[in-house]
Design a protein around this ligand. Sequence first.
Ligand code: A3P
Length: 283
Amino acid sequence: LELNSTTKYRLLRKQSSVPTKKLPDALIIGVKKCGTRALLEFLRLHPDVRAAGSEVHFFDKFYHKGFEWYREKMPPTVEGQITMEKTPSYWVTRSAPKRVYAMNPTVKLLAVVRDPVTRAISDYTQSASKRPSLPRFEDLALENSSLGWGSAGRSVVAARWPPVRLGLYARAFRRWLRRFPRSHLLVISGERLVGDPAAEMARVQAFLGLKQIITEKHFYFNSTKGFPCLLKSESRPTPHCLGKTKGRNHPHIDPVAIERLKDFYRPFNEKFYQLTGTNFGWP
Ligand code: A3P
């Protein structure tokens, strides 16, 4: 049977578009409670993006299972599609930069960040939703200092409490920068992802080398929820928001505690602005 070149080309195309599972081309590496789910769900609107639905935790928990195990967790893709995954704990896993580099030194890395004070409250709110007996935020975020200042009632920020510690973005970011060129890391503003999702998604699509398909036409602002929601997505043809666990009401926090935390984070935020070349505008 003699095939003309067009038919041969079509057959080849067909062959190469048989869906197969690939290791990720891009990862959302963090930060916990900064809008990582929103970013992933927004990216999934793009026909050239396929992402694992749940957090895979390969580079922190399951690395011993090997790359073949990891690949199996990925959705099938055809040529031209990007494979993605998000696991926010990668951000602070010390061995993650080296391991990710071993998988693919040209992988693209995305991180969402948000005012570390609100991030800490969000993190606490999530824990409190599972453990109602949890002490007040103020009592966990601040500890009484017996040293130094002398006057009673002074408190210092509990820098080692995980919800506080995770907001020290510069530290973790430096670890990633030791392995990866700056151009392979995109830092996204969690505040802008809420305030202007289309603008932030334009940056994301450019970074990933994708056609600009996700635009303001995909979003509407749901004023009851107070967040942008989707008009439709691949899984649902009707308007919908992220689940109930995204966009929780935060408890009222003593303004004095908030001020202490803001003062605490200020120098670390400055450092992070320098490293990223972006002023995120946190108060
Ligand atoms: P809160 O629930 O404290 O408001 P993550 O997905 O990384 O766990 O982040 C959760 C946070 O994403 C939420 O924290 C919320 O502020 C933020 N977020 C950003 N865009 C959102 C959206 N469109 N819908 C709901 N939450 C969104």
